[in-house]
Design a binder for this molecule. Structure first.
Ligand SMILES: Nc1nc2c(ncn2[C@@H]2O[C@H](COP(=O)(O)OP(=O)(O)OP(=O)(O)O)[C@@H](O)[C@H]2O)c(=O)[nH]1
Ligand SMILES: [Mg+2]
Length: 459
């Protein structure tokens, strides 16, 4: 099976767009795709030293001028890539001009005057998909590649672009076809395969397929890539939470004073660790208080503590442990560490006492006044940003479809076990449809609109 959904039309007109980012740059690229690409290119770009009527060699760069009738507007390079050896499998022309806003707009306008239509976001890639050159997951990977802000996001997109997700999903779809065929056989030829035999064959196969699909659903990796790691700093007042936030971010984000109860609300900032976004939230110091605002702040602290991926409980290392510290350590979730702050001052806290309370949790120490001392905390957080190298489906759209496929398989399994195999056909079909949505083998216009509208124009 190819990547293209058979029911969808391939573009027939010629589209054009500025492919480079808006703003000034050394070079700007105009892209044209469709049956009229060569005609339009010839009309707006004149090669230097070559007769106008001479043919354009495919995949060859020519030096020349962007022209409006006889007036030279710019100089640059142009290439024609004849179908099917192009990104869209249509004739594609690209002009590299000077990257100025006016000149690129002008060049685009000239192309439109020659009969091109302004491309919609992602339309070039959509055409590549419709022509069967790439499947939907790879089209989306192109976008992921452009949007990647760090190494790990890039790696996930690269894996997807190389067809990792597609191979995984297609193998599952093939196995599912096998199961569906087995089912059809025992419905069509009951005298050869009894329903019991059919069911006995199918149950382990469906179970195994569900297991495989589940192994591809890596929620944690997906969340890390899409949303980042959420870290919450909490502790009693005045231990240095806000100072630590500022030190980690390298900017004065939160107000710091020696008055306990300074921070009243959640304050967040972002840093990058190993290519993963890390969102750090500073909170109001936890204590019993009559102050209404502070009390509301403490409620928010508790909520942020519960929602964190990693929890850092800050303790003032220059004082002995206070009852509030002990309560917080006792209440603290498993996913976190205790941070002994203010190590630049004389130690006041009993190491043994903390150890006894901490259980298996790590105890880190630092001084918010000394950026060098934050290394231990950063190394600790980095451990949570590591993604497994196993093939993972990480895009929300794919995860959603995979979950639906698993749910339909669960329903099918239940039917096969309790009722007759033939009644499972609908659920198996639903599972197949969900898998087909991921690769685009079964995609409708609405799904494609949703996917490609997120692209940039010119890609
Ligand atoms: N010597 C020293 N002082 C620190 C350190 N960290 C914070 N302080 C001081 O401790 C005081 C309280 O710091 P904050 O960062 O406002 O403490 P907080 O935990 O955010 O306090 P609340 O917002 O009231 O809950 C300030 O006077 C800081 O300058 C540290 O590592 N060493
Ligand atoms: Mg504070």
């Amino acid at each position: 099976m190819k990547g293209k959904a058979d029911n969808l039309p391939v573009g027939e007109d010629t589209i054009a767009a500025i492919a480079t980012a808006p703003g000034e740059g050394g070079i700007g690229i105009i892209r044209i795709s469709g049956p009229e690409a060569e005609t339009i290119l010839r009309a707006v770009f004149k090669r230097v030293g070559i007769k106008p009527d001479a043919s354009w060699e495919s995949h060859r760069m020519y030096y020349g001028h962007l022209v409006e009738k006889t007036e030279i507007l710019d100089e640059g390079m142009a290439v024609l890539m004849r179908a099917p050896r192009s990104y869209t499998r249509e004739d594609v022309a690209e002009m590299q001009l000077h990257g100025g806003t006016w000149i690129l707009q002008k060049a685009l306008t000239l192309c439109l005057e020659q009969g091109a239509r302004m491309a919609e976001p992602g339309e070039f890639t959509r055409r590549a998909f419709l022509a069967g050159r790439i499947d939907l997951t790879r089209a989306e990977a192109v976008m992921g590649m452009i949007a990647a802000r760090g190494e790990q996001q890039h790696r996930a997109a690269a894996r997807q672009l190389q067809g990792g997700v597609t191979a995984f999903v297609r193998a599952a779809a093939d196995e599912l076809y096998g199961i569906q065929a087995g089912l059809a056989a025992c419905v069509d030829y009951p005298e050869e395969i009894s329903e019991e035999e059919g069911a006995a064959d199918m149950i382990p196969r469906i179970e195994k397929l569900m297991e495989t699909l589940r192994s591809g659903i890596q929620e944690r990796s997906s969340r890390l890539l899409q949303e980042g790691l959420r870290v919450t700093l909490a502790g009693r007042p005045n231990v240095g939470k806000s100072s630590l936030l500022n030190a980690l971010l390298g900017e004065e984000k939160a107000i710091v004073t020696d008055i306990p109860g300074t921070t009243r609300d959640l304050i967040s900032g972002e840093m990058n660790l190993g290519g993963i976004r890390v969102l750090i939230t500073d909170t109001a110091g936890v204590r019993e208080t009559e102050d209404k605002v502070e009390r509301l702040g403490v409620e928010r602290t508790r909520k942020a503590m519960a929602e964190a991926d990693v929890f850092l409980l800050v303790v003032d290392g220059s004082e002995s442990l206070q009852p509030e510290d002990r309560t917080l350590i006792a209440e603290m979730p498993e996913n976190g560490a205790i941070v002994l702050n203010k190590t630049d001052l004389t130690r006041g806290v009993e190491e043994e006492e903390i150890r006894a309370l901490a259980g298996n949790r790590e105890i880190l120490s630092c001084s918010a006044l000394d950026p060098e001392s934050l290394r231990g905390i950063k190394a600790y957080l980095r451990r949570f940003t590591e993604l497994s190298d196993r093939m993972a489906v990480t895009q929300p759209r794919h995860l959603d479809a995979l979950r639906r496929a698993v749910a339909s398989l669960e329903a099918a399994l239940e039917t096969v076990k309790t009722l007759t195999p033939d009644m499972a056909a609908t659920d198996l079909q639903a599972a197949q449809a969900a898998l087909g949505e991921i690769t685009g083998d079964q995609a409708d216009e609405k799904l494609l609109d949703a996917v490609f509208s997120q692209f940039c124009v010119g890609k």
